[in-house]
Design a binder for this molecule. Structure first.
Ligand SMILES: C[S@@+](CC[C@H](N)C(=O)[O-])C[C@H]1O[C@@H](n2cnc3c(N)ncnc32)[C@H](O)[C@@H]1O
Length: 232
């Protein structure tokens, strides 16, 4: 579903490529780490230190790559659409390779990875099925696909992924709403099996970091799925 159905703010809408190109310079200072870090840390179905090689889909500035490296993942490749985001990821020196590509068609080798991650990017995809198929292609047998996303509840309440220009103007990045059933259907289509699902809720810990979010207390703000490519 197009986010436009739920938009209450009616800010200018830009494409992901153009929006992240503009946001890249201050993305790391403004992204809410509470969206993904607690969920990644809570996942029990992925043994991070045992991952030999990972591919970080829509790696952006490399926040997830840094986190994976801290968990003991040694080899990480990154893919993203936006060169300005990738420049920042390159500076972090945790990726083996970084390339500009669509995450639905990376060109990376089949069955080459124990782990695929896609963090805070699913809302920019009109259709989830191609990226789930690509993740399934990239994973070896038993490999995990970890998807962390901005919760559809927030999008459906009219709050999109957005950033502020230097002028203060708020800009929405083109977004789509995917219900959890769409993730389940895309994963099933790709032959992936669910290991784990978690949701993050705005709580007191979140408000200590971001007191302005008080009005959203108890709202679900993010989600994590861990899918597995089963053996044949
Ligand atoms: C919110 S950022 C998330 C970046 C990083 N994963 C993180 O958690 O900080 C979304 C990223 O998705 C990328 N992106 C959006 N659509 C994409 C696509 N079809 N293929 C590749 N990258 C895409 C954008 O360029 C941007 O870097």
């Amino acid at each position: 579903m197009d986010f436009a159905h739920f938009d209450k703010r009616n800010c200018p809408v830009v494409s992901a490529r153009s929006g992240y190109g503009e946001w890249a310079a201050h993305y790391d200072a403004t992204v809410a780490e509470g969206l993904d870090r607690p969920l990644l840390g809570a996942l029990r179905s992925v043994q991070w230190p045992e991952v030999r090689s990972a591919v970080d889909l829509a790696c952006g500035t490399g926040r997830t790559g840094v986190w994976l490296a801290q968990q003991g993942v040694r080899v990480i490749d990154g893919v993203d659409l936006t060169p300005e985001m990738l420049e920042r990821a390159r500076a972090r020196q945790v990726y083996r390779t970084l390339q500009v590509a669509d995450i639905a068609s990376t060109g990376l080798p089949s069955s080459g990875y124990d782990l695929c991650t896609m963090v805070l990017a699913d809302e920019h995809l009109a259709d989830l099925r191609p990226v789930y198929r690509e993740a399934a292609r990239l994973l070896g047998t038993g490999g995990s696909f970890v998807v962390v996303g901005f919760h559809p509840y927030f999008l459906m309440n009219g709050i999109p992924t957005h950033y502020h220009r230097a002028s203060g103007e708020a800009v929405t990045i083109e977004s789509h709403v995917h219900l959890f059933s769409a993730h389940v259907a895309a994963a099933a289509d790709a032959g992936l099996r669910l290991d784990e699902c978690r949701e993050g809720v705005i709580d007191d810990a979140w408000l200590r970091d971001k007191p302005k979010w008080q009005k959203y207390l108890h709202w679900p703000v993010s989600f994590a799925f861990a899918w597995r490519r089963p053996g044949v």
